[in-house]
Design a protein around this ligand. Structure first.
Ligand SMILES: [Zn+2]
Length: 275
């Protein structure tokens, strides 16, 4: 699942190529992928993108004339690639955009479910579409984070993933950040003392920076994550085997020694609670 570091690495990679040539043909798009119909995709043809921008986990491609923005949300399984002339094309991408000269921007989505989305919007509509998002996770300082945490009492793992509160973190980076901050995923946001807020703010910055640096070098999940998906592997700090627990609809990975004072967290899946 792409989160802030993954999306930012892709944005940097796409920024120059997408602005190199005007758009020759936009579309077709899978019917479930294209979320808007007015203006039509053909309105992009003949225009040029200024580059690639990012907001939270979404990618934005504004046109140089300032009239349109192509917005792409990859969700869990979407991938956006820039393919040069002669590079092998997927047969039925979810969305395709061809530039003059023959390069293409291609959205593919693994699996049968089509959840990734493409929107073609006027700039004012983009603001409405993104208005619910909280501040970018890698731009928060300790004071701002402290205000957010004091705002409502919620379990940290759940709060960090709430895009309306903090934008850009999903379950993988929530695991990495909470481990680096030595905080329990189940800790309540309002229970943190100032030193812990400071530590969490620092961990958010340093972990997201570390992720971006690795992703820019093409690192895969196994090399990038140190806690996420590492059940039973030794904690990189203390050597204790990494544990997992089901919480809401997610699996959380954590170190019982570094994060929960040796305690094993109890399963809090919704299905269990409802029984
Ligand atoms: Zn540990």
């Amino acid at each position: 699942m792409p989160e802030l570091p993954e999306m930012e690495a892709w944005r940097r990679e796409l920024d120059e190529p997408v602005s190199a040539f005007p758009i020759a043909k936009a579309g077709p798009a899978h019917i479930a992928t294209l979320k808007t119909f007015d203006p039509p995709l053909s309105a992009l043809e003949g225009r040029r993108f200024t580059g690639a921008e990012r907001r939270a986990k979404r990618m934005l491609f504004p046109t140089a004339d300032g009239e349109l923005v192509l917005l792409v949300h990859l969700m869990t399984a979407g991938r956006l690639r820039y393919l040069l002339v002669g590079e092998k094309r997927p047969k039925t991408p979810a969305f395709r955009l061809a530039f003059e000269g023959g390069a293409e921007l291609i959205l593919t989505e693994a699996g049968k479910k089509k959840r990734a989305g493409v929107w073609l919007l006027a700039p004012e509509a983009v603001e409405l579409e993104l208005g619910h998002l909280g501040p970018e996770a890698n731009e928060l300082d300790a004071a701002q984070l402290g205000e957010i945490l004091a705002g409502e009492s919620r379990r940290l793992h759940s709060l960090l993933r709430d895009q309306r509160v903090i934008a850009g973190i999903g379950r993988a980076w929530a695991n990495e950040i909470l481990h680096a901050a030595q905080l329990s995923p189940y800790a309540l946001s309002r229970d943190l003392v100032p030193g812990q807020v400071q530590k969490l703010a620092e961990a958010m910055r340093s972990e997201l920076d570390r992720g971006l640096e690795l992703r820019e070098r093409g690192a895969n999940d196994a090399r990038t994550y140190r806690v996420h998906n590492k059940l039973g592997e030794p904690c990189y700090v203390c050597g204790t085997p990494i544990a997992q627990v089901d919480f809401e609809e997610h699996t959380i990975y954590y170190c019982p020694e570094c994060q929960t004072g040796g305690r094993v967290l109890k399963d809090r899946r919704l299905s269990r609670l409802l029984r």
